[in-house]
Design a protein around this ligand. Structure first.
Ligand SMILES: Cc1cc2nc3c(=O)[nH]c(=O)nc-3n(C[C@H](O)[C@H](O)[C@H](O)COP(=O)(O)O)c2cc1C
Length: 400
């Protein structure tokens, strides 16, 4: 009996030593707070008590935005953003997978020009950095300006924004809020109704969208336990038919390139190439659709190992769990051209456009700092040699 009690107390303390953290503990008074829930609360205690947003200069990294937004927006709204499918293991894995891979930093490299090498193109459009705002529905849950905050900040930071079809503002309203220099790719869900599809494509074209992002990873409704507790389920809840023939047909219905979002295997990445897709997004929808689905880093690694030519044949983007510069660099090292950021931008929008721009600037800075410390002189030349890829095999989900 005694030994069972002892075992349980050891097990409990082992778990307590490494809790899963949405927001890592980098702000508590002693580094590792006795109360792990404290995290940045120690540094920003007054704002938590008053349920007010801290000034943006107190927001140091992307995870801080979740803390800030959670303090001020209604719990139901926060839950819609935070939610993952079922037990949320894929949601967690998206965040944790980056820590399972070690960097191989090089030294004695002149990296002083690194900030000037962040710029890139995404399907021929010019941007200041290789990351973009992923399509996320219901931006009004964080701020009354809704998607206007996202589209304005993306333009101010000169990065791509992908508005969601189920955004609070409609396609035309988002286009009207988009500054002159802004670029958007329109995300769509389609249900095989050709008349409705043609109408959406026409509206996206007229609104000046430069591409369509066809989300393919949501064939069925997401099994979302956390969201159901607050009645904030998925905006796209029906069973949706799709096929590669259907994708070919869609290509004849618009002049815009159609990116496929939600690729989770090397087989489907290859099929996308075979069926003429100009670009794909490796994504498990932020772990919101299917618990057990892989992180985009694991999918990128599968492609790197089994069909690396795909990264040259089409443009490959990836999203899910990217919170730090080094996370993005790990995806770029495998050949991913740009990474998408979802939740952090939605939380940042609790501040409106100013907050989203702060998030963009933080990530740009972290990309440059981390690339510099990795000995990458030109971000466009980062490659797989900067990572030790097999270190995760024994430790995580990925195994050969
Ligand atoms: C609140 C929320 C709403 C989303 N809505 C959509 C959507 O309407 N269409 C879509 O393709 N993806 C949607 N996504 C998925 C994102 O585009 C993206 O894949 C995911 O958020 C990336 O993971 P991250 O949040 O960890 O960065 C949504 C994600 C969130 C968090």
């Amino acid at each position: 009996m005694l030994s069972a009690t002892l075992f349980l107390s050891f097990a409990a303390s082992a778990l307590a030593a490494r809790p899963f953290l949405n927001e890592p503990d980098t702000g508590s008074v002693q580094g590792a707070s006795a109360n792990w829930l404290a995290r940045i609360d120690d540094a920003l205690a007054g704002f938590a008590a008053n349920r007010t947003l801290p000034p943006l200069e107190n927001i140091i990294g992307l995870p801080d935005f979740e803390w800030a937004a959670r303090n001020v927006i209604p719990i139901k709204n926060y839950t819609y953003y935070r939610n993952g499918a079922a037990g949320e293991w894929s949601y967690r894995n998206n965040l944790e997978v980056f820590s399972r891979f070690r960097l191989r930093p090089r030294v004695m490299v002149d990296i002083t020009n690194i900030e000037n090498t962040l710029n890139t193109t995404i399907l021929g459009q010019n941007f200041s950095a290789p990351f973009y705002i992923s399509p996320c529905a219901r931006a009004d849950y964080a701020h009354p300006e809704a998607e206007a905050g996202l589209v304005k900040a993306a333009a101010a930071g000169n990065i791509l924004y992908m508005p969601a079809l189920y955004a609070h503002l409609n396609i035309e309203e988002i286009a009207a809020a988009r500054p002159e220099n802004g670029t958007t790719f329109q995300q769509v869900y389609l249900n095989a109704n050709d008349t409705a599809t043609a109408e959406i494509f026409k509206r996206a074209e007229a609104a000046g969208s430069k591409a369509i992002v066809y989300t393919a990873d949501s064939a069925a409704d997401g099994n979302r336990h956390r969201a159901l507790r607050y009645g904030v389920g998925s905006a796209d809840s029906s069973y949706t038919p799709s096929s590669w023939e259907y994708y070919k047909k869609l290509q004849t219905m618009t002049t815009l390139p159609i990116i496929i979002k939600g690729i989770m295997t090397v087989e489907d990445a290859q099929l996308a190439v075979d069926n003429g897709a100009p670009a794909i997004v490796l994504s498990n929808h932020g772990g919101r659709q299917l618990d057990g689905s892989p992180s985009s880093l694991e999918v990128a690694l599968e492609i790197h190992e089994q069909a690396p030519g795909i990264f040259q044949k089409i443009e490959v983007y990836a999203d899910g769990g990217v919170r730090y510069g080094a996370d993005a660099l790990k995806l770029l090292a495998l050949g991913v051209k740009a990474v998408g950021i979802g939740r952090p931008m939605m939380y940042a929008n609790a501040y409106g456009a100013e907050g989203v721009l702060h998030a963009i600037n933080i990530l740009k800075k972290e990309l440059a700092l981390d690339a510099g410390n990795m000995g990458v002189a030109d971000l466009k030349k980062i490659d797989a040699s900067y990572m030790k890829w097999n270190s995760a095999a024994s430790n995580g989900w990925y195994s050969r």
